[in-house]
Ligand binder design. Structure first.
Ligand SMILES: C[S@@+](CC[C@H](N)C(=O)[O-])C[C@H]1O[C@@H](n2cnc3c(N)ncnc32)[C@H](O)[C@@H]1O
Length: 220
C-alpha cells in the first residue's frame, strides 16, 4: 500500500522494464533504430506501449485509431493487441518515418491491420466522421501536437462507441504543467485540457503517471 505515487528513479525503472516488458524482436530493433534519430525521444516508452496494448486487448478492441505515429512503436503494440481482422487507422502529418514504421509493422506481422493516413489529423479525423465506421471505434491513442489534443479528443468522442477508450499522452509536459514560468502553447493547451477533462461528465476519467502522464477516458 502507498498513500501516493512513488518516484521512479533509474534503478527502479530498470527493474520495472526487466520485470514487465514482454518485448518482441521488432520492438527491440525499432528502439535501437530510434536511438540513431535526433528526435528519437519522441517514441512512446516501451512500458507505456505495453500498457496501451493491455488496455486495447482487455477491452476487446477491434477498431482503433492512433494520432501521432512517428516510427510506429505504439501503433505496433496496439495493432498487435487487436484480433487478426482488427484495424488501426494510424494518422500522422508527415510520411518522413513511414517507411521505417511500415517495415517494422511488417516484421512484426501487423502491417495488414494498420492503415496509414497522412495529413493534419484534425482533417483526417473529420473525414473519418463521414465513413461507415464512425461511432464504432473502440480505442484511440493521441500523441501528436499538444495544441490540438482537445480537438482530437472531441473528434475521438464522436468516432468512438459508448464504452470506447481514449488515451492522451504527455499530460505532464515533462513537469512543465506545474511551472508557472512555462507558458508555451503546448503547455498552456495541456493545462486547459487537464482542467476540461476533470469536469467532463461524458467520460469516466483517470490520469495515470506512466511515461509523461497518460489521460484515460472511457466514453459513457
Ligand atoms: C511524439 S511523436 C509520436 C510517437 C509515437 N506514438 C511512437 O510511439 O513512436 C508525434 C508525432 O505526431 C505527428 N504530428 C504532429 N503534428 C501533427 C498533426 N497536426 N497531425 C498529425 N500528426 C501530427 C508528428 O509528425 C510525430 O510523428
Amino acid at each position: 500500500m502507498s498513500a501516493r505515487t512513488i518516484q521512479v528513479d533509474d534503478q527502479l525503472h530498470d527493474w520495472l522494464l526487466e520485470h514487465s516488458l514482454r518485448d518482441t524482436e521488432a520492438h527491440k530493433s525499432l528502439r535501437k533504430h530510434n536511438t540513431t534519430l535526433e528526435d528519437g525521444g519522441m517514441q512512446t516508452s516501451p512500458e507505456q506501449s505495453q500498457f496501451l496494448a493491455f488496455l486495447a486487448h482487455s477491452s476487446g478492441a477491434t477498431r482503433a485509431i492512433e494520432v501521432g505515429v512517428y516510427t510506429g512503436a505504439s501503433a505496433m503494440a496496439v495493432a498487435h493487441a487487436l484480433p487478426h481482422d482488427g484495424r488501426l487507422v494510424a494518422c500522422d502529418i508527415s510520411d518522413e518515418h513511414l517507411q521505417t514504421a511500415m517495415a517494422t509493422w511488417k516484421a512484426a506481422g501487423v502491417d495488414v491491420r494498420i492503415e496509414s493516413r497522412i495529413g493534419p489529423a484534425v482533417d483526417t479525423l473529420t473525414t473519418m466522421l463521414d465513413e461507415p465506421e464512425a461511432g464504432h471505434y473502440d480505442f484511440m491513442y493521441v500523441d501528436a501536437d499538444k495544441e490540438n489534443s482537445l480537438n482530437y479528443y472531441e473528434l475521438g468522442l464522436q468516432l468512438l462507441r459508448t464504452g470506447g477508450i481514449i488515451c492522451i499522452d504527455n499530460m505532464f509536459r515533462g513537469g512543465d504543467v506545474t511551472d508557472a514560468s512555462c507558458n508555451d502553447e503546448s503547455t498552456v493547451a495541456t493545462r486547459e485540457l487537464a482542467r476540461f477533462l476533470l469536469d467532463d461528465e461524458r467520460v469516466d476519467y483517470s490520469l495515470v503517471p506512466i511515461g509523461d502522464g497518460l489521460a484515460l477516458m472511457h466514453k459513457r
